[in-house]
Design a protein around this ligand. Structure first.
Ligand SMILES: Nc1ncnc2c1ncn2[C@@H]1O[C@H](COP(=O)(O)OP(=O)(O)OP(=O)(O)O)[C@@H](O)[C@H]1O
Ligand SMILES: [Mg+2]
Length: 607
């Protein structure tokens, strides 16, 4: 395999990971914080409640060893002196109460934080999905479906990890380390100071771990994103992959990416394998030192046995959270990288934006005007300055060579893009001033790649007008000439048509898409090569239907087949984004221009 194929895939990883300047980093962090803030704000009361629970839990946990100390130093000697077991009983009861309280508060906390965490993730996924749905085609052309999926899965999961297990561990660990540190110094200052001698070692080890694991974790996140992207995109085109026998090559690319991911994880695990037992070792050595030193202090009468026992118990609660503190750092890193990307998507402004104060247009008549429309997808100008005025109800056929800009005109009329200059108007209102719902009801476009969803035929047709009854759906199918083939399907209208309508032929899919558009009953109907996969008899059938459908609405038909063009009131010939001929089909045939030539060639081909 060429290195370039793989590098192209690896190159995707560069996304969002470029070396950032200081200011850009601050901007990113601010954006992430804004997102996190807006996600958490609705839950602030519950969060405060969770903080209270954590404080209680910590207090209960901290009282345990102290009660052990009181039991040993007061309770047992009291019995020895003949004062009875009251003190020991009270202390033991208090110890049990503390234990139960720790159980209850921890449980309540986990339930509460789990609920908030899931609510936040739910909200986030909804927002991201909603945003992706709204973003214009121009955005989706550069943001591949693999990246979309990676945002919705692994990035949301990274945040989930932080919310579910990270933040509470962090707070609890910090509370625990802080309070134990203070308690130790109060219990016995010299022994506390000896314990603190382990600190420099702990700090060094933690710093080493954080540094290296930040790099390692970033690598795992990059490589898992690549695995997902490759997975989605290569399997999305599975038919082409199989047709061109590209499986081995894809397999190789996947194996390499998968291997990158494995190696990145291995590296991360190796770091943990040094770090976690390392902390434990330092902890145990400290316990040993304290045991010896404390033992001598007890023997010398400088401190009591209970204090030593409490000390040893506290030490365990001191070193364990240390591990979590550093582990948390990784969750935080992953989550903040994810937040950066997610907030980037969420703050993306659609190039085709909804107006703040839309002009209402509940019933469009279907007059379409393009005034001096200039348009380019990227650099090259596709439409240098188009003027086109279509009165309501007219059927216009757009013809011209491949790449002339026919589909581009259609997309502008359907407002998938906005013009760079000039305006596109429906019933005299600039499309940019129309509410999305008025626009989508007024203008419907059917393309060659008419998209069907894995659902029944009936639901796919109903998509055109969700409130339509079953009778409406069937009437639409009959009008379009699709009823016969649908009725012949195993379950008729209730037949599941499979992923993207894969169980239907291309022509059948187009008929369903037509029925859908017909049901939508738009004022303006755009057909972009929508009849091109129909066989000649079906096309005739559709043409008969088309005449009825087009009768009382404006239509823009793009078709290479001149038989379809013949039914138009008016034909426009487009050449490099300019209208070079404009007239009725009969006028153009007799006019001797490009269209006459095309028509002649077509007529000849029929002979
Ligand atoms: N999404 C896009 N991004 C960038 N350039 C595009 C895009 N779609 C079309 N173009 C370019 O715009 C020009 C006009 O394309 P358009 O799709 O409008 O042609 P067309 O007349 O519909 O051709 P065809 O008959 O082949 O469908 C072409 O040069 C094409 O390369
Ligand atoms: Mg086209």
């Amino acid at each position: 395999m060429t290195a370039s194929g793989l590098d192209a895939w690896r190159g995707v990883a560069a996304e969002g990971n470029e070396e950032l300047t200081g200011q850009a980093t601050i901007r990113l962090q601010r954006r992430s914080r804004r997102l996190l803030g807006s996600l958490l704000r609705p839950h602030h009361r519950t969060l405060w409640f969770a903080v209270v629970l954590l404080l209680l839990q910590n207090a209960a946990a901290m009282s345990g060893p102290y009660l052990v100390k009181v039991g040993i130093d007061r309770g047992i000697p009291a019995i020895d002196k003949g004062d009875g077991p009251t003190v020991l009983v009270v202390v033991t009861a208090a110890f049990l109460v503390a234990a139960v309280m720790e159980y209850l508060t921890k449980r309540a906390f986990l339930v509460t934080s789990g609920r908030v965490g899931q609510a936040v993730l739910y909200d986030l996924r909804t927002r991201v999905y909603d945003k992706f749905q709204r973003l214009s085609p121009a955005f989706h052309e550069r943001y591949t479906s693999g990246r979309v999926i990676s945002r919705l899965t692994s990035d949301v999961d990274a945040l989930g990890e932080l919310l579910d297990g990270g933040i509470d561990d962090l707070v609890l660990a910090a509370l625990s380390v802080g309070s134990v540190g203070v308690i130790l110094l109060f219990l016995d200052l010299p022994m506390g100071l000896v314990t603190l001698l382990s600190f420099p070692l702990l700090l060094l080890l933690s710093r080493w771990f954080r540094r290296n694991s930040a790099i390692a974790y970033r690598r795992t996140r990059e490589s898992v994103a690549l695995v997902i992207v490759h997975f989605v995109e290569s399997l999305g085109g599975i038919r082409a992959v199989q047709a061109f026998r590209r499986e081995p090559r894809n397999q190789e690319i996947f194996a390499a990416l998968n291997n990158d991911y494995r190696r990145a994880n291995e590296r991360a695990f190796k770091l943990i394998a040094i770090f976690a037992p390392g902390i434990k070792l330092i902890g145990n050595v400290t316990v040993a030192v304290v045991l010896v030193y404390g033992g001598y202090r007890v023997l010398g009468g400088h401190t009591e046995v209970g204090v030593l026992a409490a000390f040893l118990l506290y030490l365990r609660r001191f070193f364990e959270p240390m591990q979590e503190l550093s582990m948390f750092y990784n969750s935080l890193q992953s989550a903040s990288a994810a937040l950066e990307k997610l907030s980037g998507v969420l703050e993306e402004t659609p190039t085709v934006a909804e107006p703040h104060e839309p002009v209402p247009l509940p019933h469009a008549t279907g007059r379409v005007d393009l005034d001096n429309v200039r348009f380019a997808y990227r650099e090259a100008i596709v439409l240098p300055g188009l003027d086109l005025h279509v009165p309501a109800g007219q059927t216009v056929a757009l013809v011209g060579a491949t790449g002339a800009g026919k589909s581009t005109v259609a997309r502008l009329v359907a407002r998938f893009y906005d013009p760079l200059e000039g305006s596109v108007r429906l019933d005299g209102i600039d499309m940019r001033d129309l509410a999305e719902k008025d626009l989508r009801r007024g203008v419907v476009m059917v393309t060659q790649e008419n998209f069907l969803f894995s659902d029944t035929v009936a639901e796919n047709i109903r998509f055109g007008r969700p409130e339509a009854s079953d009778d409406d759906v069937e009437a639409a199918a009959r009008a379009i000439g699709a009823h016969e083939f649908i009725a012949a399907l195993p379950d008729g209208y209730d037949t599941d048509i499979g992923k993207r309508g894969g169980r239907l032929s291309a022509g059948q899919r187009q008929l369903v898409a037509f029925a859908r558009a017909f049901l939508g009953d738009p004022a303006v109907l755009i057909l972009d090569e929508a009849t091109s996969s129909l066989d000649i008899p079906s096309e005739r059938l559709v043409q008969r239907a088309l005449r009825t459908i087009l009768a009382d609405r404006t239509a823009l038909i793009i078709a290479h087949r001149l038989s379809t063009v013949e039914i138009a009131d008016r034909v426009l010939v487009l050449e490099q984004g300019r209208i070079v001929e404009d007239g009725s089909p009969a006028e153009l045939v007799s006019g001797g221009g490009d269209y006459a030539g095309l028509h002649q060639a077509w007529a000849d081909s029929l002979v």
